[in-house]
Design a protein around this ligand. Structure first.
Ligand code: SF4
Length: 772
């Protein structure tokens, strides 16, 4: 690329967020972000004990290993599965590879400290995680009802972890061994690292670092931080004094010498929050400061509680400071202390990713669980995670906040070896690899074309509003990987079930052909999330036209391959910015296209997501916040309106017809009520449904109304009351990967609705015909 062009692009990227960033200096050009190799540390003396078959969960196991104590004890809200899709296994095995003795306390009884003393006092620290999911997302539905199941617990049993597990576990560890340092991490701590809106209590809560009274918090994929931190603690430093590791959060009372702390309103010059009396002077001070010692001051916990506009702007700034190449430290006051959020971790290199995935995992749940079923394990036991990170930036999703925007890919060799390991070691393998993907199916090895441009970029997404011209969207590496994986002896079929980013897939017809011909059987799930621009623009998702384009390429490829395949689109109801009219239009689109959603779910405002900031503040943090002239984001709140939005997705369910008829009349669209194809809901109400059943409001049995039947393909006729009792229930969409799950898929915190084609003969017997 010509130098002049490159300079222009660098400038464009810097300006993308209207923030003054460090100009690329000599040191910036040509060098990648450097970090100490994860596996280059001198091993701790305890390495002489060797590798444990499973990390011990009891004293007896420690005795068998010849250990008198553990160096680190990990406490987790999930059952212990020794597999690289589970956070505790990755961190435990990684520390073991550094020479430390690591024990696991999984899903302890939390009412007293006893269970936390099962392995004795750790020599270095307790490492605490809520597990692969935020405990509140795990425990409650979008309607705040308690879930009775938990995929990360043996036999799917609910109630085996406390609300806000990180805080509770930390308290119990402190009670067990008062002076033992506490390090918190994992998705729950990561996404609650600053003052944050908590949907379940409907209030802004303090950083979990403060509430848990932990000594330090690790955020994001924490391999680098945990390895350095553990070696330094082993060398005699206290975690409270370790304040210079990327990807960590700690508390202190004073700003160290040499640092310039700039108020966030001074660095984003389009907001009008008027927090700074002299903005020009503040900017001058910034220009003159040591660029490596500038921290951005977010409004304090006390301020964001009181002022939603400040909350929204703080959320915006946190997201703009997320590129490891240019992010600055951030500071946020909590009472008389500040929490300091160091810049994000430097992404792992491919050899480091391989090293992490090639550790000594047993690829099985700990034997203590016996024959118990573990749904999260069953879901991933035959699947392979090929990469981390996502540059999509969907605003309802937390992957970017946790894993970062830079794609970290494993090598072909490492992935192919893992497939062979599954073939050779995992019980029950029949030749089917159930998924080869990650947070997104098709971002393997994709990256910004130029490291120097990437380092200064502050865009929130590489693909919204359009696919960035600097993004290398080649699918060639992935295609080659698929081909080689298919050729492994003993592998009969490789499916792709991770969510596909169809706006980049359309750039590669060869990829679509490869996918359709070899890796899709029956149907493929994709997530347009909505059809209406008002909602899509808040989600940072492409327009429905891109979906249509992908669909036509998909259908053409399927026809050519001689396969009958279907797309299953997923949608989110009640997302901020989505009004009743938008949901109505989406429902009409679903009907016109013959889709009937079988399981649907409303938007869950999960901690730290940009959409959550919209939900709470009703402002749009995708743009600088303007108190007096900014956009107001209308948001469905309250049970009634959220249920209505969900009802639109299930327009075909008679139970929803009364509420939909009422809404259509209020929207001035009574023309959509009637018996025809062009209507959304009929004007009659079948007996035994909606408001036409004894006890229901407005019940009025009509004598001449005939009985109501539903027909499911292959199941014969059933009466309406039977059909109603088998209606899908609220809860996670069955076809989706677990939330935050394996590989930290925070995205699926908001599992949108999966819609199935309703017309005859379409997948999995979902056809339903209604007669009166
Ligand atoms: S590809 Fe992504 S990182 Fe690179 S310039 Fe575009 S938006 Fe920025």
């Amino acid at each position: 690329m010509l130098e002049a062009q490159k300079a222009t692009q660098i400038e464009a990227c810097k300006n993308s967020a209207k923030l003054p960033v460090k100009a690329p200096s000599k040191a910036d050009t040509g060098d990648k972000l450097e970090a100490k190799n994860l596996f280059s540390y001198r091993k701790y003396w305890a390495q002489r004990f060797g590798i444990a078959p499973f990390l011990p969960m009891s004293r007896e196991e420690m005795d068998l290993l010849g250990w008198d104590s553990c160096d680190v004890i990990l406490v987790t809200g999930d059952a212990y599965v020794d597999h690289p899709s589970f956070g505790m296994a990755i961190i435990g095995r990684l520390l073991e590879a550094q020479g430390f003795r690591v024990g696991i306390i999984a899903q302890p009884e939390w009412s007293n400290p006893e269970a936390f003393m099962a392995l004795g006092k750790p020599n270095l620290y307790f490492g605490i995680t809520g597990g692969n999911m935020d405990s509140m997302v795990n425990r409650y539905t979008a309607d705040k009802r308690v879930r009775h199941n938990d995929s990360y617990t043996p036999n799917d049993e609910g109630g085996k972890r406390p609300d806000r597990s990180v805080i509770v576990y930390s308290q119990r560890c402190r009670e067990a061994y008062k002076d033992t340092p506490i390090v918190v991490g994992g998705i729950e701590a990561s996404l609650r690292r600053t003052a944050h809106y908590d949907y379940w209590s409907d209030k802004v809560r303090r950083s979990v670092l403060i509430d848990s009274k932990a000594d330090i918090l690790l955020y994001g994929n924490a391999e680098r931080a945990v390895v350095e931190l553990t070696h330094r603690i082993a060398a005699g430093e206290h975690p409270k004094e370790i304040q210079d590791i990327r990807g960590t959060v700690y508390a202190r009372k004073f700003t160290p010498e040499g640092w310039t702390v700039a108020d966030m309103t001074a660095i984003d010059d389009e907001n009008d929050l008027h927090h700074i009396p002299d903005r020009a002077e503040a900017r001058k001070k910034l220009r003159e400061a040591d660029k490596d010692k500038i921290a951005v001051r977010l409004p304090s916990y006390e301020e964001v509680i009181a002022d939603k506009a400040l909350y929204a702007q703080a959320s915006r700034v946190v997201h703009l400071e997320s590129n490891a190449g240019n992010a600055r430290a951030m500071v946020q006051g909590h009472g008389d202390r500040d929490i300091w959020i160091n810049p994000p971790p430097i992404p792992l290199t491919t050899p480091e990713m391989d090293g992490v995935f090639d550790l000594n995992y047993q690829r099985a749940p700990h034997p203590v669980y016996g024959d118990a079923k573990l749904a999260a394990w069953d879901m991933i036991r035959f699947s392979v995670n090929i990469m981390r990170g996502c540059f999509g930036g969907c605003s309802f999703c937390s992957i970017t906040e946790h894993e970062g925007r830079v794609i970290q890919s494993r090598s072909e060799e490492s992935i192919l070896k893992e497939i062979e390991d599954i073939r050779d070691k995992v019980d029950g393998f029949t030749g089917q690899i159930t998924d080869m993907g990650g947070p997104t199916a098709n971002m393997y090895r994709m990256a910004c074309k130029d490291d120097n441009i990437q380092k200064v970029c502050r865009r929130l997404s590489c693909v919204y509003p359009d696919v960035c011209k600097n993004l290398d969207t080649s699918h060639e590496s992935l295609i080659q990987l698929y081909r080689k994986a298919r050729n492994i002896e003993g592998v009969k079929k490789i499916s792709v079930q991770s969510g596909l980013r169809y706006d980049i897939a359309v750039k590669s017809p060869t990829y679509i052909k490869e996918l359709v011909t070899h890796h899709v059987g029956g149907y493929l799930k994709i997530a347009p999330e909505h059809t209406e621009e008002r909602a899509l623009s808040k989600m940072m998702k492409p327009g429905i036209g891109t979906y249509e384009r992908f669909k036509s390429m998909f259908d053409a490829a399927a026809k050519k391959a001689g396969k009958e395949l279907y797309l299953i689109p997923y949608f989110i109801a009640a997302h901020p910015g989505c009004e009743d009219e938008d949901m109505m239009n989406l429902a009409v689109w679903l009907k016109q296209n013959g889709f009937r959603a079988d399981q649907v779910q409303n938007f869950i405002p999960s901690p730290m997501a940009l959409s959550t900031a919209m939900y709470h503040s009703e402002r749009n943090p995708l743009r600088p916040i303007r108190r007096h002239s900014g956009e107001i984001v209308k948001t469905a709140k309250g049970v009634k309106q959220r249920r209505l939005h969900k009802a639109f997705l299930r327009y075909h369910d008679p139970e929803n017809w009364p509420v939909l008829r009422e809404a259509l009349r209020e929207l001035g669209r009574a023309d959509l009520i009637g018996p025809g194809k062009k209507h959304l809901v009929p004007s009659y109400q079948p007996i035994g449904t909606g408001d036409n059943k004894p006890g229901a409001k407005g019940y009025a049995k009509k004598k001449d109304q005939k009985s109501f039947f539903t027909t499911h393909a292959g199941q014969g006729r059933r009466r309406a009351d039977e059909a109603a009792s088998s209606r899908p229930v609220d809860g996670p969409a069955a076809a989706r990967k677990s939330p935050d799950g394996p590989s930290g898929n925070a995205r699926s915190n908001n599992k949108p609705a999966g819609a199935r084609k309703s017309s005859r003969g379409k997948p999995s017997g979902q056809r339903r015909r209604i007669r009166t």
